[in-house]
Every structure is written in C-alpha cells, then in structure tokens.
Ligand binder design. Structure first.
Ligand code: MN
Length: 289
C-alpha cells in the first residue's frame, strides 16, 4: 500500500476490514451507508447521503481542540448496503441481516442513510427491549400510518416503539400532530423542543447522562435548523444550532452506545452545509469514544 493516501469513498479516519482483523473485545465501529430513499414525501435525494457524508468527513482534523485529544477509534468502513428502492420490507431484512453480521464480528453499527426508515432494520438486529432510544429530530415520527402506509419516514418511530424498547427520548421536536403528542404522553416518551434546549440545555444533557444501560442513537439531521442543514427530506425551521447538537452528542461519552445512525441527508452538492454538519455529528460521536 501507499502511505499518505486516503480514499474519499471511505469515512475519514476509517480503514477497510481486512483479514488481519479479529472479533476481539476492543471497541470497534462499522460504518455502513444505507442509501434507501423511497418514502420521502417532500425532498428526495437521501440515497446520496452516504457519499456526501463520507466526502465531507475529509474536512476535519484528527485533533479535537474542544476535547484536547486525537480521534483514536477503531473504525471500519464497510461500504454501502445493497438496498431495493421501492421495497421497504426486503430492504429492512437486508439491513437486519447485515447488521447481525457486524454484531457477530463484535462491531458496533454506525449507519448513514438514506431515509429514516432504515433505523427499524438496524434495531431489529439489536436487543431493543433492553435499550433506550435517543432520537434527535424535528419530527416525532410517531404516526401509526402516514398516507395509508405503515412503513414511512413519518411512522418510523412508531414502528420502533412497536419493537418495545426500554425507553425513548426525543430531542429537538417542533413538528408533529396532536395524536403524536397524545401517543408520546400516554406511553411516557420524553420529548424536548428546541425552545427547551435553548432555555435549559443542562436539563436535556442530564436526561442523556442519566440513561442507564445500553442506548441506541438515531439522528435525523433535520434536528438542526434549516440554516445549518437545508438539504434534508423535510426541513423545519426553529431547530437546534450546531453548538447545541455538538454538546448533546458529547454527552454520549462513557455511555453504552450499541448502535448509531444519522439519516435524511439529501445533499446534492459536494461540500454543502448539510453534509458537513452531518459528518460533524459522526465526528463528534467518534471523538468521545
Ligand atoms: Mn425529521
């Protein structure tokens, strides 16, 4: 191999899984792109998300001035999962199967979508019932059906709720129906609006820090204000800013994260704001590992 070469087709700081690797106890993360883009109702294009995020990741330094440390994590980029556009159920099975393969190798899945429905396939492979779901999003995505469909970007968190997770926390919520609010309240799903984050971010940080046991993190990048992430499936104004999201992601330090996904990146250009802020979320998560 050549020294000092990098591949923009892999997430920065990652390497390819090779024959020399073993499924030992060292903490390892497996980056997988899941370019499924099939139920978007407003702005399609999330099938290009994995490519855009990988490319944008080359913008960052290994040294993190805020944390005063070098990013030092065992990260492997496995490429993209083969998805079947238009067929959620088959795609979800493929995702579940692939994530199980990663788990067999003792690797924690780190997925980039694609649309939000991909989270369901990943979670089916994990021990959901003992896991708290930490969900960053402008939307609750708790509808039971959307336009008559059970499986949609707008129903994904209801489908995940159906898998019976231990607990669910939603952060950044500013767009939902009255029924979704009632559902959240009836089922003791905690949610924080951006207004609450602005007023008292420590309360939200503590909600993350106080989680016990395994947790799964799903970030719909539309949690950020459209000023910082305009190219998303369903933009919604008055969102979080990147400083707030960075400090909330940093609260995942020392938590037992068993899986992580970032979804709904519909960037259409190289190096746009949305893909750079998306890559930054993954960078921030890896930096506290
Ligand atoms: Mn959303």
């Amino acid at each position: 191999m050549l020294f000092y070469t990098e591949s923009p087709l892999q997430f920065a700081f990652s390497k390819l899984w090779g024959d020399g690797e073993s499924a030992d106890d060292t903490k390892k993360f497996g980056f997988i792109g899941i370019p499924f883009d099939s139920t978007s109702t407003y702005k399609p294009g999330s099938r290009f998300g994995p490519r855009a995020v990988r490319e944008a990741s080359y913008n960052f330094e290994r040294y993190n001035i805020i944390l005063d440390k070098n990013l030092d994590v065992s990260l492997f980029d496995f490429g993209d999962i083969e998805v079947i556009q238009g067929n959620f159920e088959k795609t979800s099975s493929i995702i579940e199967f692939t994530v199980k393969e990663l788990l067999d190798k003792n690797i924690i899945p780190l997925a980039v979508g694609g649309e939000h429905t991909i989270s369901e396939g990943i979670l089916k492979a994990l021990d959901v019932e003992n896991t708290t779901i930490v969900h960053f999003d402008a939307h609750m995505d708790l509808r039971d059906e959307y336009m008559g469909e059970k499986y949609s970007h707008a129903t994904v968190m209801h489908r995940i709720f159906d898998l019976n997770p231990k607990d669910m926390i939603q952060i950044g919520i500013r767009s939902c129906s009255e029924d979704e609010i009632s559902f959240a309240k009836e089922n003791k799903i905690t949610y924080f609006t951006p207004h609450e984050v602005n007023k008292n971010i420590d309360m939200v940080k503590n909600a993350i820090k106080n989680i016990e046991g395994p947790l799964y993190v799903t970030v719909d990048i539309d949690v950020l204000d459209p000023a910082y992430a305009p190219d998303v499936g369903t933009p919604s104004p008055c969102g979080l800013n990147p400083f707030q999201l960075e400090s909330l992601i940093h609260c995942l330090k020392d938590k037992e994260v068993i899986g992580f996904d970032l979804v709904e990146v519909s960037s259409s250009e190289i190096g746009d704001i949305t893909s750079i802020n998306s890559a930054k979320v993954i960078y921030d998560f890896l930096a506290v590992q």
